[in-house]
Design a protein around this ligand. Structure first.
Ligand code: FAD
Length: 373
């Protein structure tokens, strides 16, 4: 790269080398581009999961930590187990995925391991300063996390990756939601990914308007393990996350936002990884064609339905367990995976709607229509 006193001119600048920034950067060809990211992949390690088809697994294989063709939801009344021959619930190491993207960068794309310190927008591009160097870019994509409104619905969790002293039962099934835990502070479930019969990721996850003290989730995990007589031999790592389930407000600048900041998080589930992959692949094609517009992450109908879902959940969190269990019961494995990916057809939507308690959703839909939100 040239000396610091010269301004470096780029076609594309990407602010933030997380899931979206690196997925885009790794696909860019024949444009000069820089990704600005202050943290190393190891500093951003966590588990990212998605429902993946076999053809997607090929591209993600360097980062895959586990795959399950069966998954389940459990409450006090029983369990729903889904099986799919088409989709695998797949978990990835964020560190390995980001490192793989870094290793795949084209010669014309580089990574600057530093935060963007200032940004002066100008017609979709602008000037950036980072690590004492000035850059101009014709197009800038910004994935820095945007601040969510206080007290809005969010999914918040702590996960422990552990080795157990004894093998666990059902190590071939991913547990997406086990609701047999304290529900007094909001919709709460335990999420379990068994990488083997003694190596697990166990997360305590809440959907509510306010994150809890960290020890609250830790206690919930310990209690869930103790109730099943599962003892920890060693704890490998802990991950903490808060994912906003509120619609993001469009940025006031002319700079395009991508990733979670650009509205790629599915509002009703907090899943984003798969959508980001599809959207960034489409954006890379758009850039190759000489355009710059970011394709929409979701259809307007899906965003509306998700907002109605969240309104209903927010108004009656005590219905949450019933709603998720009824949704799982109404669909088979393939349909459930498509639904979670945001690819459900009208038939699948009809099944889910028929399974829902009617009045809370009718009220939520009417409120959503008249809120102009
Ligand atoms: C712990 C956790 C687990 C998740 N698990 C899943 C999952 O299992 N499945 C799923 O579908 N979704 C999951 N999500 C949701 C979503 O997929 C992730 O949040 C995903 O990382 C979003 O990608 P992104 O690129 O928008 O944001 P990020 O990956 O957060 O990237 C934004 C980047 O911007 C960088 N940045 C910040 N400030 C600056 C600056 N000034 N200059 C330059 N860079 C800056 C940050 O360091 C960061 O790397 C999870 C989220 C979290 C937090």
């Amino acid at each position: 790269m040239s000396s610091p006193d010269k301004v470096i001119a780029l076609d594309v600048a990407i602010i933030g080398g997380g899931s979206a920034g690196m997925a885009l950067a790794a696909r860019l060809e024949q444009v000069s581009a820089v990704v600005f990211e202050p943290k190393t992949p190891a500093e951003r390690d966590c588990s990212w999961a998605l429902w993946a088809r076999p053809e997607q697994l090929q591209a993600l294989s360097p980062a895959v930590t586990g795959r399950w063709d069966r998954w389940r939801l459990i409450d006090d009344c029983g369990e729903v187990i889904h099986h799919s021959g088409e989709f695998c619930y797949t978990s990835l190491s964020a560190e390995r995925y980001l490192q793989h993207c870094e290793d795949s960068l084209n010669d014309s794309v580089s990574l600057v391991r530093a935060p963007v310190e200032s940004l002066i927008p100008e017609q979709g591009g602008g000037q950036i300063n980072a690590a004492g160097q000035a850059y101009t870019a014709s197009t800038i994509y910004d994935s820095r996390p945007s601040k969510s409104a206080d007290n809005s619905l969010c999914q918040h969790f702590i996960g422990w990756e552990i080795i157990t002293t004894e093998p666990i039962d059902n190590a071939d099934i991913a547990t997406l939601m086990d609701f047999r835990v304290d529900q007094s502070r909001g919709l709460h479930f335990i999420y379990v990914l068994p990488y083997s019969d003694r190596h697990l990721l166990v997360e305590s996850t809440m959907i509510s308007n306010q994150p809890e003290e960290k020890d609250w989730y830790r206690h919930a995990i310990s209690q869930w393990l103790a109730d099943r007589n599962i003892q920890i031999q060693s704890q490998l790592r802990e991950e903490y996350g808060v994912i906003s389930m509120a619609a993001v407000k469009p940025s006031t600048t002319t700079i395009a936002q991508i990733g979670a900041a650009g509205g790629s998080v599915r509002l009703s589930s907090g899943y984003a990884f798969s959508t980001i992959q599809t959207q960034m692949a489409a954006l890379a094609d758009t850039i190759s064609a000489g355009e710059r517009k970011v394709p929409a992450a979701f259809s307007r109908r899906l965003v509306f339905m998700d907002k109605v879902f969240n309104r209903a959940l927010n108004a009656r969190p005590d219905h949450g367990v019933t709603v998720f269990m009824a949704m799982a019961k109404s669909l088979n494995g393939e349909q459930f995976a498509r639904f979670m990916l945001g690819h459900a057809g009208l038939g699948e939507w009809a099944k889910v709607i028929m399974a829902m308690p009617k009045w809370p959703f009718i009220v939520a839909a009417l409120r959503q229509v008249f809120s102009h939100d």
